[in-house]
Design a protein around this ligand. Structure first.
Ligand code: NBG
Length: 876
């Protein structure tokens, strides 16, 4: 593989460019012009040309013959056909941004839950019609090809999926913004369910290669780890710091074109893969330590091998910090290199040309790395470098779970990133001096705001480092941003107010892209919107959906809307049959909860309610049962591999399903299943089919949630708490569209204290549920499962030793009665089909605020100062 081994930041590639021709000798000029001419056309997009290019890739790129290609080959060849078109657009967009010398935004994220590329790329490139025709003409269904694609699952959950939706909106809004991340060879694990339990299987998503990515062996950067810091003089005789020794890993770029919808702009998601540095250690060679040398090269590759499968929890693995520094360093080197390629650049102009967003604490070592690159490598003065850093960087907080605010042992940073520890130490010294001046030498504010946490193991708080180094800090929903100010970083917020900058902390309510989550996931609904509104403009301007409201009582729309739901439910039924071997009644109310399994998200409360519903049904006579609302409850999500309680909850759900689904008295009226391996493509099938979805976190625990938005955009209604973005969705769609229950955020502390001390009345209906569990009704004679289920219940009831456990930390017991009430309101409302349909239309049509187009516009205007740069179509 061709690879530059150590890419200095100041090293610029010299390639012949059209402007350079004068320097070529005449013969070369003619040849180059011929080449440019040959390269100066776009691939045609009519069905026949698509067919030809498909055949060419099948035969020449994949070496297939007429008789031996599989559907997977066909998918791959179709992917390459698309990639050709994406590349044209990506290259021209980059040239255009360069020509216009625009300010750029860079999104640094350790996770991108991209989901399948193909369908989305076809839609965004506006190639749906010719592609469909081309493949029908060849006797193939596009849908079948879509299913061949492995889900690139380079993320855990909401945070990674949000990053992917953001990329779609950045491109659609023609904003010059790129994403940077890690090209993990193994993404999020595949979840298998064996005997009701989660089993994690490795996901080698790359398989034989992803046809949508572009490996860039010519774009690599060295990243140093470990080693030591020495002092010396540079070539001009100035005192300087050198970080030497240790290991060098090469970061190699893989580009993933991100096409915008209804624009000619295509942006880039650049993912870094760790490769060994090129040179073999020759000393090792001669010492006959060949195997060691190979081994150390192989180790370098481990760095980008696997995504940590944790969601909102701190994972104290050294490898994780190495991954973070690896991708941050490569990304900052890359973007700074782009900056200094501009003619006559001045460092003072950096904030006018560069805005960086740090997605959660994962990339926040960027604060120290930016300082290192500016001060040590570029020789910018410390004060100026700090000024530039704090103007360019921004930080998003995604969770109120304190364990997710990363902290690294000082000892670890000292070993791995010795220069960064010095930089952080110096930054902290200056910071503390400033605080002492303001608040006095011994104010408690100082220890809270210090980057260092004292204790047996001294730690570096990445949250504090991020806030200090950021121009803006943001939360992801209104309630969450207020919690950040009040609870997560109160001292910091006070400091901002004291220095007259309260708006350093801003709110950026999350969103989702309607291209993937309505148009691709639910083509029938997309067609309804386009038909009633007279164009597909709503796909780039969701406020246009308000135009649907005047039809919300229209009986013709009602019948089309219900037909759309039926179609989605039929797809869901086939999916559930395949994944769970369960037949579901398509006339039943479909009730879905899909998200990571976590105690705060309260899947436990959901399954306890299902047991209650089952008990009520059992009490009824057959005649009475006939009158009850049929329901199918589907729950899906992955549990972090070390999260014991979450895994028990999965087992409980599976076991409850086994009992209920087989009970001849009730199975017609109630079914429940745990759907394995929840992922983006499963979501695209499940979400459009829901009538009701559950977003039932304890108030104040879910930062925002984004699947709530996807469900409502697809005409589903929500059972929810006053938490995260539920609150804002309700404001937009109307109180009647949401079934709200549970205590409010300001009530939580008191109730939790009571729960902890054990003084807690338990509703008799919940007691009956607990009793059934304790009786072993759901244990299937498995003693281990029975003990686990009882441990869950005991914990909620604080049975063993009040005060020694967290007990019912997430207030399941306290919120349970009002949860039952909310579910009863769902049934009653659903009984009136016309009313339900009206509410469904009303909600789906009021979701403009939750398009990531709105979110990203706000980021671009308020945080980044980045403006759209719409690439005009050149006539080629
Ligand atoms: C998650 C929150 C969600 C939120 C997404 C996107 C993490 C650390 N946080 O509530 O739990 O919707 O981020 O902001 O994954």
């Amino acid at each position: 593989m061709k690879r530059k081994s150590s890419f200095s930041l100041l090293d610029q590639i010299k390639r012949p460019m059209p402007g350079d021709v004068g320097e070529e000798v005449d013969g070369d000029k003619v040849k180059l012009e011929k080449l440019w001419k040959l390269m100066d056309t776009y691939e045609p997009n009519d069905p026949e040309s698509i067919q030809k290019s498909f055949a060419r890739h099948l035969e020449y790129s994949l070496a297939c013959t007429r008789f031996n290609f599989t559907m997977e080959d066909a998918y791959r060849a179709a992917g390459l056909v698309l990639r050709d078109r994406l590349l044209e657009s990506l290259n021209d967009t980059n040239d255009y941004y360069r020509k216009m010398d625009v300010k750029r935004g860079y999104y640094l994220s350790a996770e991108y839950l991209i989901g399948r590329h193909m369908q989305n790329a076809i839609a965004n490139l506006d190639l749906e019609q010719p592609f469909k025709e081309a493949f029908i003409g060849l006797g193939m269904e596009l849908e079948e090809l879509f299913h061949e694609e492995a889900d690139p699952a380079l993320g855990n959950g909401g945070l990674g999926r949000l990053a992917a939706c953001f990329l779609d909106s950045m491109a659609t809004l023609s904003l010059p913004c790129w994403g940077y991340g890690i090209r993990y060879s193994y993404g999020m694990f595949k979840q298998e369910i064996q005997n009701g339990r989660q089993v994690e299987c490795p996901d080698f998503w790359i398989g034989d290669g992803c046809p949508f990515e572009i490996p860039r062996p010519d774009i690599t950067y060295p990243v140093r780890l470990y080693g030591e810091v020495t002092h010396g003089e540079d070539e001009k005789g100035n005192w300087c710091v050198n970080w030497v020794g240790g290991e060098i890993v090469q970061a190699m770029a893989y580009d993933n074109p991100i096409p915008g919808f209804d624009t000619y702009n295509t942006n880039n998601l650049r993912l870094w893969r760790a490769c060994p540095s090129k040179e073999f250690d020759l000393d090792m060679f001669s010492a006959a330590a060949y195997a060691d040398s190979v081994e150390s090269r192989r180790k370098a590759e481990d760095l980008s091998a696997v995504l940590y499968p944790n969601d909102a929890t701190y994972e104290g693995k050294e490898l994780r910090l190495r991954q973070q520094y690896f991708f941050v360093s490569a990304s900052l080197q890359d973007l700074l290199r782009d900056f200094i390629k501009r003619p006559n650049y001045k460092w003072s102009e950096l904030p006018e040309k560069v805005a960086v967003q740090m997605n959660d604490t994962h990339p926040t070592i960027a604060v120290a790395e930016m300082m290192r690159l500016l001060v040590d490598v570029m020789h910018v003065h410390w004060e100026e470098a700090w000024d530039l850093t704090t103007k360019c960087l921004n930080y998003t907080n995604h969770t109120v779970m304190p364990e997710a605010l990363e902290k690294w042992p000082v000892e670890m940073i000292e070993r791995m990133l010795p220069r960064h520890l010095q930089i952080i130490g110096e930054l902290n010294l200056r910071w503390i001096k400033d605080l002492q001046k303001k608040y006095g030498d011994h104010s408690p504010v100082i220890s809270a705001l210090s980057i260092f946490e004292e204790g047996d193991i001294k730690k570096i708080r990445m949250g504090n480092l991020a806030i200090m180094g950021a121009n803006k800090v943001n939360g992801v929903a209104a309630i969450h941003t207020e919690i950040i100010k009040k609870e997560t970083f109160p001292e910091f917020y006070k400091y901002c107010c004291d220095i007259g900058k309260p708006d350093k902390i801003v709110n950026m309510t999350n969103g989702v892209t309607p291209r993937r989550w309505v148009h691709c996931a639910n083509p029938a609904l997309s067609a309804i919107f386009t038909k009633y509104l007279g164009s597909h403009e709503w796909l780039t301007d969701m406020t246009k959906l308000k135009g649907m409201l005047k039809f919300k009582e229209d009986s013709k729309l009602h019948s089309e809307w219900m037909e759309m739901k039926r179609e989605c439910k039929a797809k869901l039924a086939a999916f559930v049959k395949e994944k769970c071997d369960l037949d579901i009644d398509q006339d039943a109310l479909i009730d879905i909860q899909i998200k990571r399994i976590h105690e705060y998200k309260r899947q436990l409360m959901n399954i306890l309610y299902v047991i209650h519903r089952y008990q009520e049904l059992k009490k009824k006579s057959p005649g009475e049962r006939e009158k009850t609302q049929k329901r199918v409850v589907l729950i899906g999500g992955k549990a972090a591999s070390a999260y014991v309680n979450a895994k028990i909850i999965i087992k409980l759900i599976s076991n409850v399903g086994k009992v209920i689904n087989k009970d001849p008295d009730t199975s017609k009226y109630l079914k429940v299943a745990f759907v394995p391996n929840y992922c983006v493509s499963a979501a695209q099938v499940m979400i459009p089919a829901s009538d009701i979805s559950e977003h039932i976190s304890t108030a104040g625990t879910e930062a925002s949630g984004t699947s709530n938005m996807k469900f409502v955009m697809n005409g589903g209604l929500i059972v929810g708490t006053m938490d995260g973005a539920n609150i804002e969705i309700r404001e937009e769609c109307g109180e009647d569209t949401m079934f709200i229950f549970g205590c409010l955020e300001h009530q939580v502390a008191d109730i939790a204290a009571k729960a902890k001390s054990g003084h807690y009345p338990i509703d008799s209906r919940l007691q009956a549920v607990f009793q059934a569990i304790r009786n072993g009704d759901f244990s299937h004679g498995e003693p281990e499962a029975q003990a686990e289920f009882c441990s869950l219940v005991d914990r909620l009831c604080n049975i063993q030793a009040a005060g020694t456990w967290d007990g019912d930390k997430y207030l399941v017991i306290s919120d349970f009665p009002s949860f039952i009430d909310a579910q009863a309101r769902v049934d009653a409302t659903y009984a009136d089909k016309a009313k339900w349909c009206k509410l469904s239309i009303q909600a789906a049509s009021s979701m403009a605020k939750f398009s990531t187009d709105r979110t990203i516009k706000e980021y671009a205007e308020v945080i980044w100062g980045v403006k759209p740069a719409v690439r005009p179509l050149e006539d080629r």
